[in-house]
Design a protein around this ligand. Sequence first.
Ligand code: NAD
Length: 503
Amino acid sequence: METKVTKTIGHFVNGRILSGSGQRYGNVYNPASGEVSGRVSFAGKTEVEEAVSAAAAAFPAWAATPPLRRAKVLFRFKELLDRHAEELSALITAEHGKVLSDARGSLTRGIEVVEFVCGIPHLLKGSFSENVGTAVDSYSIRQPLGVCVGVSPFNFPAMVPMWMFPVAIACGNTFVMKPSEKDPSCPMRLAELFSEAGLPPGVLNVVNGDKEAVDLLISHPKVSAVSFVGSSAVGEYVHRTATSHGKRVQALGSAKNHAVVMPDADLDQAVDALMGAAYGSAGERCMAISVVVAVGDRVADDLVKRFVERIRTLKVRPGQDPEAEMGPLVTGEHRERVKGYVDLGVREGAKLVADGRGFQVAGHENGFYLGACLFDRVTPDMRIYREEIFGPVLSLVRVPDFQAALALVNSHEYANGTAVFTRDGDTAREFAARVEVGMIGINVPIPVPVAFYSFGGWKRSILGDYFVHGTEGVNFYTQMKTITSRWPTGIRAGADFVMPTMK
Ligand code: NAD
């Protein structure tokens, strides 16, 4: 059964829902049926001002709240997330389109970040050195930044916002979240649940909208830091604009993730793993595998044969169908863009061995479906190889040996994730050591780091110096202060005009 949501989505500011000024709206779709399921209010100056002011007003008291007490709110939030997991997953599927089991998995990954920051008293522990000089002690502490802003993409409406606001808030900051306008219901519900867990009004606010809201937020004088996740082109703009306004910025961008398959790999395992990594979530994952690098023609021919067989039986259905393996794309517009890349690949001379362009689901003819597509004999000069497609389109590139595979991966401008499939320890170790990519899988196709490690790519897949969540996330949302102290001891050394050193 498809979830039909007919509603107007507003904003969450200072602990309550605002309907917004009602001047601009965007459509929200049910991708499984192609129908408009609701509309979302687009924030302008009034809503952004209200949200930032609420966050700024809430900051002093929240920053002064002992971390242990902040953690108690996070524990209650985690319990509510678990209790509402089915409802939240259904919201993700209803507006994004991904299959329900995948929505649940992505929510779990977000909840794990909340679990990680339940340990915030420990994570914020500083360091102390006794007697850095005679009767002089030194200690470092980490303090929150102030009002932080998050801007997130459509493909993970729960997980990516939860990479940001739980960490920022645990550290004592207050937050304004601007989720994707394509699937805003889940982030709104997350804010309501956090509030129900006891989060004071104004600590977490959600403003919905588009570029106008983002521009107002990233240049706002009361905002201290901006976390962005989305395409590199927008990320570069956000990074440039926000840093020029003096903000601390982390911006995670686009990807083109390669999986290298060596001749000694377990091909049954590799094909299983790569089917999920390429076509899961209809390829709309920043860690999706979109390029298979087959080492040697024997491996390439074998892989193509196996992929074609598997694609024939791939269950592409509405995300709510418990049997579905792949759902529709997020919007009709995005489906057309992805289809356009398939047309382009054919024109560029790649061999389209699985063509999903005409695919339809009976009874859901207006849904935003595209069948799985596979190109063989893709070459590095082709745009379908160089650009991020963000759909169920897998490109196979043939290379003669491991060194050529490594050189190919390292020559791409995007460097989010990559994987190698091999039984050989030397090969795996050399790959991990020499590949110029942020997240590496060894026989693991989607190596998304768990919450207590940090997530981020290299090269054009990231701007700014900090990855998200894990200790890097805590460092991003805090600034260090180092205190050097001496208490009167009765020792009088007299005035000293030289640089202090240990005496
Ligand atoms: P997008 O860049 O179009 O949008 C991201 C956010 O920026 C949205 O909230 C959107 O409203 C806002 N935005 C869009 N255009 C803007 C503009 N001109 N000025 C200011 N703000 C703007 O990305 P998307 O299509 O929602 O998401 C898909 C992209 O996100 C893919 O490129 C994918 O690789 C990337 N992504 C990256 C990661 C990562 O961790 N590196 C994770 C998830 C998604």
